[in-house]
Design a protein around this ligand. Structure first.
Ligand SMILES: Cc1cc2nc3c(=O)[nH]c(=O)nc-3n(C[C@H](O)[C@H](O)[C@H](O)COP(=O)(O)OP(=O)(O)OC[C@H]3O[C@@H](n4cnc5c(N)ncnc54)[C@H](O)[C@@H]3O)c2cc1C
Length: 394
């Protein structure tokens, strides 16, 4: 039986980020992950400024900034409605509202660091098979290379994704909603610069997000396209030739980014919501997709997880780890992110009268204090802000 102060099950983006964030503690940590690091994730993540600050504070930013496109403005509009909501970095006095970074690049940089942490023992690829727990101790049975290991800890953190084994083994209940919508992800080449504006365009049956990208070949004329719509429509879009797909995208998105001239391979992701509903045993905590899987329509999942990791590090570093207190601290952020993502994913089931939408957009656009509050809420800067999300320069 091997003893650890903390066992992290799941070494995806959130589990790896958590282990790295705890590198300066004295904790003896085990990280168990079922798969080898990969370089294949096609997703392109919009990270808010707090999440970028987290990566800067962990000294990971230098390895990411060449692939990180700043978002200076956000433009939200609705097909066939007048008015738009415009959010600017100046509204909150920041250099940018966030950055768009390929998920595979974040994974690569996290895994490089993870392999060199003296306080972390990696079990990888290794799978959690069984978990038993008493009030203050959990015992894990894991399988690696046909060998079985037993690990024990006072705290196990399940960061093992939407179908979390930790959650199932501890019989923690969830609410699950399978949305009728899917997300299609591709990269779109533009004829001109994106000028670092992120667009969110609501159509009659979905949302098209066009987010600025930065690559060595295309420093400012490529966008991440995330197009959500019902499954039939996404299937149809997948079947279209490249030329016809670009024409369909141009038709629904319009010409705010000029002419669209090319795309890369299209990938489809089913969308669902999974949220923990029962209370957790004292020695178990869930984070990331294991605790809350949400639709990516508002780009909240990974950002929320980073907020939670930063709040957890505050609790552990202050040596006053109290699960109930930690859950209280993160619950408002979790509720806001999940509600926004769920609302935007089900919007198309309940049509809103035209005048309400247009009036709402115009009103929101001119209400600077409200916009400021809205932005601060969604970049984790409302209320008490975890230390790892704050600039250390001040
Ligand atoms: C299309 C799309 C776009 C998105 N865009 C954004 C965005 O722009 N911004 C944003 O903030 N969020 C975004 N998200 C959400 C984001 O992807 C998730 O929040 C994030 O990936 C969650 O990571 P995780 O580490 O919790 O889970 P996962 O990435 O699922 O990792 C789980 C890990 O657990 C391991 N594991 C599973 N079972 C076991 C076991 N039994 N034993 C050991 N290990 C196990 C797996 O091998 C895996 O490595 C998007 C999601 C989608 C689908």
């Amino acid at each position: 039986m091997q003893q650890f102060d903390l066992i992290i099950v799941g070494g995806g983006l959130v589990g790896a980020g958590l282990a790295i964030a705890l590198q300066d503690t004295q904790l003896k940590i085990a990280l168990v992950d079922a798969r080898k690091p990969s370089n294949e994730d096609p997703r392109l993540f919009a990270l808010n400024e707090s999440s970028c600050q987290f990566l800067k504070n962990l000294h990971l930013w230098q390895a990411l900034e060449n692939d990180a496109a700043p978002i200076e403005k956000v433009h939200v509009s609705w097909e066939k409605h007048f008015g738009a909501v415009r959010l600017k970095n100046e509204d909150v006095g920041l250099a940018s509202l966030g950055h768009v970074i390929p998920a595979k690049q974040i994974e690569l940089v996290l895994n490089e660091r993870l392999a060199n942490l003296p306080n972390v023992t990696l079990f990888r690829p290794a799978t959690l098979i069984n978990l038993t727990h008493a009030e203050n101790v959990a015992t894990l049975q894991i399988k690696q290379d046909e060998q079985t290991f037993y690990l024990q800890t006072p705290l196990v953190i399940g960061v093992d994704g939407t179908e979390s084994t930790v959650r199932k083994e501890a019989q923690i209940e969830v609410e699950r909603v399978e949305y009728a919508q899917c997300a299609l992800v591709t990269r779109t080449l533009l004829q001109r610069s994106h000028y670092h504006v992120a667009y969110e365009r609501f159509t009659k049956d979905g949302v098209i997000a066009m987010l600025p990208l930065k690559t060595a070949e295309n420093p400012d004329n490529e966008c991440a396209t995330i197009w959500t719509a019902n499954k039939e429509k996404i299937n149809h879009l997948l079947q279209l030739s490249e030329v016809d797909f670009i024409a369909a995208l141009q038709n629904e998105f319009g010409y705010r980014l000029g002419r669209l001239v090319g795309i890369t391979k299209r990938h489809v992701f089913p969308l669902q919501k999974v949220k923990v509903t029962s209370s957790l045993p004292a020695c178990i905590l869930l984070l990331g997709n294991a605790a809350h899987t949400m639709s990516p329509v508002a780009a909240q999942g990974f950002n929320l997880a980073i907020y939670e990791v930063a709040a957890l590090v505050d609790c552990l570093q202050d040596n006053k780890f109290d699960l109930a207190d930690f859950r209280r601290k993160i619950s408002q952020q979790e509720t806001s992110s999940m509600n926004l993502s769920h609302y935007l994913s089900t919007l198309f089931d309940k049509p809103i009268p035209h005048f309400v939408l247009s009036a709402g957009m115009v009103a929101l656009d001119v209400m600077t204090p409200f916009k400021k509050h809205f932005i601060n809420q969604f970049i984790g800067r409302a209320g008490s802000v975890p230390r790892l999300l704050l600039s250390m320069d001040a």
